[in-house]
Design a protein around this ligand. Structure first.
Ligand SMILES: NC(=O)c1ccc[n+]([C@@H]2O[C@H](COP(=O)([O-])OP(=O)(O)OC[C@H]3O[C@@H](n4cnc5c(N)ncnc54)[C@H](OP(=O)(O)O)[C@@H]3O)[C@@H](O)[C@H]2O)c1
Length: 332
């Protein structure tokens, strides 16, 4: 037993203390964390989705303070411009914004092409955009909106940006997931919630579980190329998204919610810290790898994860990205 980590291990067994600001403050004091401002990203290029609100906005602001050059990816051009104008200037060049609706694969493909034209090398890709949809909606392309936004769109974005991630010496992919996924299993034969009574919270949790399973697959498949992929969950943070999607919960937990900076801390740690270099295929909360499951019934083994990968490839209508890209960045 490691006595130093014992308070953290005990907190991890719980939900309420662990996910609230109390959990963050406990771990920050226990491990005497460095401030993110101590890490430099001067000269590095970071692509981030969902930078116009909440955790993404906080993360973008901190990354800019660290000197990174940002590509802000969001669905609203005016909001993107406002965020871009508020950021500290990068150590070199200029921050960019690229419009993409993550729920639209056509839009993500266009955005990816635009990003590749702007930045031939990407050091960090942060998949942060997320949404909870109260009633089942189908996009123009025929996909359930939650799954399209948090699984299909990000999968296409990573796939299409691989040539630029390959150019970086040790690129990092960071996916922002949710502890809500712990409560739900993923039905591989009903990824888009076509059966049963739709429940927005459940659809969200399932999509987040799929996102994490795919991160593990990316990590395995990209390991030899020097690209790492990790997921993190922020606990419960006071953001416009949380307040809008779960107003009752937001009122109930109220003052115990994390600040956006506390929620974003592990995103920044995974993106920029020397300690996170080389770590891959894991799920983090508060700078420490955590279990993928709290219930045995939610476990997706290697075979199930590979099946999920194949199903997602088919749903995107794209060739398998691992068959398409090579280290040179060219098309095979
Ligand atoms: N806050 C928490 O306690 C908590 C807990 C667990 C997980 N998370 C996850 O953390 C991430 C950030 O959430 P948040 O709490 O910061 O929420 P937020 O304040 O609602 O921010 C969400 C961001 O995602 C963007 N977005 C949503 N749908 C999009 C789409 N179809 N295309 C492009 N961008 C889209 C939003 O853009 P607009 O500004 O245009 O709406 C916004 O920038 C999400 O993945 C969320 O699931 C948050």
């Amino acid at each position: 037993m490691d006595l130093r980590t014992l308070p953290d291990d005990l907190a991890e067994l719980t939900v309420v203390p662990s996910f609230t600001s109390a959990g963050y403050r406990l771990r920050r004091a226990l491990y005497a964390w460095d401030d993110p401002a101590a890490w430099s990203l001067a000269g590095r290029v970071v692509v981030i989705t969902g930078p116009t609100s909440g955790l993404g906005r906080e993360t973008a602001s901190s990354l800019a303070e660290m000197g990174a050059r940002l590509v802000l990816v969001g669905r609203d051009a005016a909001k993107l411009d406002a965020v871009r104008a508020s950021l500290a200037p990068p150590a070199d060049g200029a921050h960019r914004s690229v419009v993409a609706d993550m729920a639209s694969l056509a839009s993500v493909r266009r955005a990816a092409a635009e990003i590749l034209a702007l930045e031939p090398r990407i050091d960090v890709l942060i998949d942060n955009a997320g949404t909870m949809v109260p009633a089942r909606e189908v996009t123009e392309e025929g996909h359930e909106r939650t799954f399209a936004t948090m699984v299909l769109g990000p999968f296409v974005l990573v796939s299409r940006l691989l040539p630029a991630l390959d150019v970086a010496p040790s690129a990092r992919i960071v996916a922002v997931t949710s502890g809500g996924m712990y409560a739900q299993a993923l039905p591989l034969d009903d990824l888009e919630y076509e059966h049963g009574t739709y429940d927005g919270t459940r659809a969200y949790a399932r999509a987040k579980r799929a996102q994490v399973a795919l991160v593990r697959e990316w990590a395995t498949r990209l390991r030899a190329r020097g690209i790492t992929a990790n997921a993190m969950h922020p606990g419960w943070a006071d953001t416009p998204g949380l307040e809008a999607s779960l107003p009752g919960f937001h009122r109930l937990v109220g003052q115990w919610l994390r600040t956006p900076a506390q929620g974003a801390d592990t995103i920044l740690w995974l993106a920029a810290s020397p300690e996170a270099r080389g770590q891959t295929g894991r799920l983090f909360l508060d700078r420490r790898a955590r279990p993928f499951d709290r219930l045995p019934s939610t476990r997706l083994d290697r075979v199930a994860r590979a099946e999920l990968w194949d199903r997602v490839v088919r749903l995107t209508g794209e060739p398998d990205p691992m068959a398409r890209t090579r280290r040179s960045g060219g098309q095979a």
